[in-house]
Design a protein around this ligand. Structure first.
Ligand code: NAD
Ligand code: DAU
Length: 351
């Protein structure tokens, strides 16, 4: 594929920042335009190392803003989109579903409408929608999600992502928009906002705060290192078949409580605390409403068709992740304190 000007939405967020960095550094002949609204979850500190590269541009914008998107498509002659911008946290979707419907459903439709308008022919064009395994619902003890598992979303977040997946497929079917979708399991790694399980618990252990385990802690998630997800997106973007869906997973299932105990063990060691001291912070709290029991991905299509596999195991990934959060205390303080807004104004408002 000879795509040269790529719009990456949500590039200032957790996964998006890794995708932007990978593409900017690996493909110097591509122009990468990072389009992000900078919600609480978007943070340009995640990208300071690429901010001044000549093939990188940041545009602060909402995916619901059709006029600004028109200008960006026109000015940068966008010929591919990697769409990651979304409201991403399940707990927030339970308290404020509308934000999820607006950004994830309406925002995705707006973005595709703009792409259709500007792409006079679809030759060499691609709309890549980054989605989640949560669209498939919840598994019992056995089985895996495959690309043909029927959709059964159960939270406002997963329902909004399922809706956007359906819209993306409908635009492909109806208008021939060249699309590809990937559905990935739980990511962990650097730059994740400390509301999600792993960064929240690292933060709380460091601060000697309690670790709120929902329900019995027996829910199961399949964890993937975020840099491996970014690599998978690179592979699918360049070699995936238009119209296809690819599941991405770590083949790495953990019951929450077992993962939390492992994290406590690593933290005790790294912080030089007595063995067992972090585990004492574990507090069982009321379960998440509608809490999905188990997610597990069968990623064999991606392996067999495109040759992608995770590059590191969980022990290595978790240790790297803990090290990153311990070495980046200022980042953690900024994103949790509002100091980030000040940083953004100083760095970017006057450019
Ligand atoms: P995130 O919450 O860390 O980042 C989302 C980014 O989107 C932020 O930078 C935010 O500012 C931006 N954004 C939000 N609303 C916007 C809007 N209206 N217009 C423009 N930008 C907006 O999310 P993440 O965890 O990096 O997830 C990225 C994508 O990957 C999402 O689509 C999510 O559904 C999907 N996904 C996430 C995971 C995971 O484990 N985190 C797993 C599978 C799929
Ligand atoms: O599966 C992919 C999805 O993974 C992504 O699409 C979502 O964007 C991402 O947020 C993630 O969703 P989860 O709900 O699985 O992630 P979270 O980190 O919120 O929770 C992981 C598990 O830990 C889940 O079973 C709920 C539990 N949990 C979470 C938090 C924040 C707790 O027990 N206590 C907590 O404080």
């Amino acid at each position: 594929m000879s795509t040269k000007s790529i719009l990456i939405t949500g590039g200032a967020g957790f996964i998006g920042s890794h995708v932007v960095r990978l593409f900017v550094n690996k493909y110097s002949d591509y122009q990468i335009v990072n389009y992000d609204k900078l919600t609480y979850a978007g943070n340009l500190e995640n990208l300071v190392d690429v901010a001044d590269k000549s093939n990188y541009t940041f545009v602060k914008g909402d995916i619901l803003d059709e006029q600004l998107l028109d200008e960006v498509f026109e000015k940068h002659e966008i010929d591919a989109v990697i769409h990651l911008a979304a409201e991403s946290h399940v707990d927030r979707s339970i308290t404020n579903p509308n934000a999820f419907i607006e950004t994830n459903v309406m925002g995705t439709a707006t973005l595709m409408n703009v792409a259709r308008k500007h792409w006079k022919d679809f030759n060499g064009k691609l709309f890549y929608h980054v989605s989640t395994d949560e669209v498939y619902g919840s598994l019992g003890k056995e089985g895996y999600f495959t690309e043909t598992t029927p959709y059964d979303p159960r939270s406002p977040y997963s329902a909004s992502k399922a809706s956007s997946d359906h819209l993306v497929r409908a635009y492909h079917h109806t208008y021939d928009l060249p699309v590809v979708i990937s559905n990935c399991s739980n990511n962990y790694g650097a730059n994740q906002f400390p509301e999600k399980l792993i960064p929240l618990f690292i933060h709380n252990i460091k601060e000697n705060k309690s670790l709120p385990v929902y329900g019995k802690g027996d829910n199961v998630r399949d964890w993937l290192w975020v840099n491996d997800h970014a690599d998978a997106i690179d592979v699918i973007f360049h070699s995936g078949k238009v119209g296809e869906t690819y599941n991405i997973g770590g083949n790495n299932e953990w019951q929450n409580i077992e993962l939390i105990k492992k994290l406590c063990e690593i933290m005790d060691e790294k912080l030089g605390r007595a063995a067992g001291s972090s585990e004492k912070l574990i507090t069982y709290v009321k379960d998440r409403q509608g809490h999905d029991k188990r997610y597990a991905i069968d990623a064999s299509k991606l392996k067999n068709d495109l040759g992608w596999e995770p590059s590191i195991d969980f022990a290595e990934g978790l240790e790297k992740t803990v090290d990153w959060y311990l070495q980046n205390e200022a980042w953690l303080k900024n994103v949790t304190s509002g100091a980030y807004q000040k940083y953004y104004q100083e760095q970017y408002q006057n450019r």
